[in-house]
Design a protein around this ligand. Structure first.
Ligand SMILES: *[C@@H]1O[C@H](CO)[C@@H](O)[C@H](O)[C@H]1NC(C)=O
Length: 184
């Protein structure tokens, strides 16, 4: 009786140790394996229009930036046998008066397999029309777009990075008096 309990315990402890070591090995091997994601992001069109946040009748009218962009990216090297999926997004960064660094996501995608890791988007409309905390966006200077990636592994820690900083651009003046329902 006593010896079989000890045996169960030692078998259990053996499997726990093995599982831990395998998981640690997987995590370490994939963190250390080199990745080389590449991307170019270019701004194609942009305009600033007054609008309200979608579906909120009572929301404040603000200036929204509508951006079209080109993206060429190859995130294939982020996929290895421990990659569950890759989350990728394009973010606009710009200096501001209230905060010196501002970031707003304009597009995102989940890449479930390596086969989805090459992205060629031409004149793609931003998924999210962005607005600034001050409510004003026209004539905003030094906006850049960049592609960010975030690898979700089966075992181990998340890794992330960015690649493909665009050239800086300045938003144009406010267009007309048109009011739109902005998606954001
Ligand atoms: C934008 O960049 C230019 C050149 O680097 C700089 O002179 C200017 O002050 C910047 N504008 C803002 C609002 O940061």
């Amino acid at each position: 009786m006593h010896s079989s309990l000890v045996r169960v315990q030692s078998v259990f402890s053996f499997f726990t140790t093995v599982t831990f070591c395998v998981a640690a090995f997987i995590a370490l091997s994939t963190v250390l394996s080199p990745t080389n994601p590449t991307a170019t992001v270019d701004v194609r069109k942009f305009r600033v229009i007054k609008g309200r946040a979608h579906q909120y009748y009572a929301s404040k009218v603000q200036e929204y930036a509508f951006i079209n962009f080109d993206l060429d990216a190859d995130l294939g090297s982020l996929f290895n046998w421990n990659t569950k999926q890759v989350f990728t997004y394009i973010s606009a960064s710009y200096p501001g008066s209230k905060f010196s660094e501002n970031e707003a996501v304009i597009w995102d995608a989940i890449l479930p397999h390596r086969s989805a890791s090459r992205l060629h988007l031409k004149n793609e409309r931003a998924k999210y029309n962005i607005n600034d905390i001050t409510g004003k966006f026209s004539d905003r200077e030094n906006i850049t777009l960049s592609l960010y990636w975030n690898v979700q592994p089966h075992v181990g820690v998340l890794t992330w990075g960015s690649v493909g900083l665009s050239e800086a651009f300045t938003l144009p003046p406010l267009e007309g008096k048109e009011k739109v329902s902005a998606k954001n």
